[in-house]
Design a protein around this ligand. Sequence first.
Ligand code: SF4
Length: 409
Amino acid sequence: MTLDKRNLYRFSWSMNDNPIAWLEITDICNIHCEGCYRQHMTGHKPLEQVKDEILFFKRWRNPDNVSIAGGEPLIHPQIVDIVAFIAQNGIKPIILTNALALKPDLLRELKKAGLAGFTIHIDSQQNRPHWKDKTERELNELRQQCADMVAAEGGLYVIFNSTVYPSTFHEIPDVVRWGQANIDRVHGLVFITYRTATTNVNVARDYADRQVDFGQLSYVRESFGEKFVTAPEVYQAIKDTCPEYEPSGYLGGSIRHDSYKWLAGAGIGSRKRMYGSVGKKTMELAQAGHHMLKGTYLAYLSTAKVGRQVFWLSPWDATVRGAAGNWFKDVIRHPARLFESLYIQSIGIIQAPDLLPDGRADMCDSCPDMTVYDGKLINSCRMDEYRLFGGFLSVVAREKVEETADVPR
Ligand code: SF4
């Protein structure tokens, strides 16, 4: 199927009613990732401030989960108290981590405090001790160790994120295949396309139209000569590896009508094979149903072993019907598969902000990863512009500016 917004459910999330609240509890990290948006400026936030931010999200965001991010949240000395406070407020705490500090004892404590799950970021452009210069395929060994550790504790959700660079794009199939072989313990994969701005071809202006040195931002480089990977290209790479994969929901761009900023799909399969995906109607039903029954939209399923139950939606959803048909034919050929567990595994694609020629950035419409800064909700991927320059910058081509004035390099 060609990617077409008409075949996808547009998530009805908004600034004030969004399943995700992005809580940053520290800007300190124990490794350095090439694609990171955050730099160390202030350190760990005090617990009282973190609690205030959680209550702010509860009031203004109506989240189903709080994504506890950073920096590296596991190195915050009060991470267990933070998880407990979120859970006590009736929200699912999810930790976004590089997993370097993740050990079985801490895992147990976090689960006891009410943790719902992890999103673990592993990719080959991280300055990770003992895992430098590894390919994505080699890093599957590390992903496996983490997935096994979380599965051994039980009852926790785990998703694996990776940033996709032009140089690692061709390795997406290795990660997809690994994820599918571990569908009983890996609940989802997310691919985030790398973006950067560059000082050799751009200049930046702040909210007062002053030119600023935006090279201070961690997501700005001097130059970048490669072509950025797009969400439709990642979609195609996944589809070539796993033809059963089909996204069912999306978020578009805040400016461009044709961009795919978030693409979300949920595959149905067993450890042996994938049978298909859920379609637009099931995604819509899951979102609307969750909102009607629980009052919030949904980002993380609390259990993944529901593949068989989803087949009951076959009469309404042709995509699910196709998956059920594939499963049925497979069971006829291999009757023992009738007794195998069927799981749902999500695959998400995020295309990070794109700079437009007029200086604006095409962001994710209804950004799910908004954080709180100085009493306001802002896109977390650009928070350092607020921290360094007091607001978002506009970035324009240096040659355009040089036509009218002398600009120092
Ligand atoms: S706009 Fe929001 S969802 Fe998109 S990359 Fe930035 S923070 Fe993440």
